[in-house]
Write a protein that binds this ligand. Structure first.
Ligand code: F6P
Length: 418
């Protein structure tokens, strides 16, 4: 039985399948007879010594977590600065790790979280404490470098493609006498992966979504309005998918929700669709509806992708292997072997190739007119939304999601106020 404790924490925006990763981590560690603690609210819990003893979670709890969205231990947005700037925090963190004999730390998040994991991985050398730190990938934005895709994305992408296809049928049915334009806002701060996934909803030029607005292309309002008008004339209605991250020629977010910034320094986005709808109604005098699914797309476990679920579990298991093998400063990543049939395997990549980088939609995934996806994008995206992984439903008609009772680990240190 390996000596020491494994600490697992979730960071950044949660997903429909991040709890499946958590469950896989706990299941894999249990088979290796390793004790697992969870940190409440990500790295914040580690700093506050707010830890959870996962031994009290039953096998049935772990099984249910596989189909439960949200983040079972809570997540956070908190960025650690450099060792010089945040020395006090690193020393505190080390104190907590030492007090609970934590030898392995798994940090499950996106690119900002990979940066935290990388910094923590360097503590081992800096302070001479035997710690192995492993990043575990997740983000619905699908913008992590190196990995072919990110757990969480496939399910959000499936929700997006399914919702746009369903809603397009609604719009088409009423367009003659009612709504002519529908605008759907997809998440993805700087990268248009989710907006691109909406493109899977339709095939030809006259099938919805008729126009996709990507953050990788400058938003040109006059050109956009002209295309909406032309589509309504040609098809009778127009379904638009706009990424929350679209910017004008000056680089300003169309959807800047008012200047609030999180601890990662990101402005809160949201509102591109409502802005565009107002412009369409005003300029074109066409009845327009819009939707901002916001967290609905991030949490939509009821329509999760089976591929995504399997990958979320695989990275959890691989992260435990990396940790116990002493592979410090790495992240398990997904490697695509082939598109059709879709084959993939897990590889291990150094965190310094992943942290703080953003993988944008490649140019060859965006149609030459800038408003749709290409065949290459379809080949990439298609397998990621393939397969269903429905949660079980109870007699009341709702999915049987769980919020297991978590038991706190007794504190050994003074409280940390910061
Ligand atoms: O997790 C990624 C993400 O969903 C982005 O697409 C979105 O812009 C952001 O999180 C929203 O974050 P928050 O919940 O912190 O406002």
């Amino acid at each position: 039985m390996p000596q020491g404790t494994l600490l697992y924490a979730q960071s950044g925006g949660v997903t429909a399948v991040i709890n499946a990763t958590a469950a896989a981590v706990m299941q894999a560690a249990r088979t290796r007879r390793v004790r697992v603690l969870g940190a409440h609210d990500g790295i914040l819990g580690a700093l506050r010594e707010d830890l959870i003893d996962t031994a009290t979670l039953t096998p049935a709890d772990l099984k249910a977590l596989i189909h439960t969205p949200g983040g079972v231990f809570g997540s956070c947005r908190l960025k650690l600065k450099s060792l010089e700037e945040d020395r006090e925090k690193y020393e505190r963190l080390l104190g907590v790790l030492r007090a609970h004999d934590v030898r392995w730390f798994l940090y499950n998040g996106g690119n900002d979280s990979a940066d935290t994991a990388l910094k923590v991985s360097r503590l081992a050398e800096e302070f001479g404490y035997p710690l192995t730190c492993v990043g575990v990938p997740k983000t619905i934005d699908n913008d992590l470098a190196v990995t072919d895709c990110c757990p969480g994305f496939g399910s959000a992408a499936k929700y997006t493609a399914v919702s746009v296809r369903e809603c397009a049928l609604d719009v088409m049915a009423m367009a003659e006498s009612s709504t002519k334009v529908f605008i759907y806002e997809a998440m993805g701060r700087h990268a248009g992966w989710l907006a691109a996934a909406a493109g899977l909803a339709g095939g030809g030029r006259n099938e919805a979504p008729h126009l996709i607005l990507f953050p990788e292309r400058v938003f040109d309002e006059a050109d956009f309005l002209a295309r909406v008008e032309a589509t309504v004339r040609r098809v009778g209605h127009c379904v638009v998918v706009a990424s929350e991250g679209i910017r004008d020629a000056q680089g300003r977010f169309v959807a800047d929700a008012g200047g609030l910034k999180d601890a990662f320094g990101h402005v809160q986005l949201g509102g591109a669709a409502s802005y565009l709808a107002a412009r369409v109604q005003h300029a074109l005098k066409l009845k327009t509806h819009w939707a901002m699914p916001d967290y609905l797309q991030r949490s939509a476990r009821h329509i999760a992708s089976r591929t995504d679920l399997e990958q979320a579990q695989a990275v959890g298991r691989a992260a435990v292997d990396c940790a116990l093998n002493g592979q410090n400063g790495v992240m398990p990543v997904i490697v695509r072997d082939s598109d059709a049939p879709y084959r993939w395997h897990i590889d291990i990549a150094p965190l310094d190739r992943i942290a703080n980088r953003e993988k944008k939609l490649p140019g060859n995934f965006i149609r030459s007119d800038g408003y749709g996806i290409t065949a290459a994008a379809r080949r990439y995206l298609g397998p990621l939304i393939a397969g269903e992984a429905f949660p079980p439903y109870a007699a009341d008609g709702l999915p049987t999601y769980v919020t297991p009772k978590l038991s706190a680990v007794a504190r050994k240190l003074d409280r940390w106020e910061n």
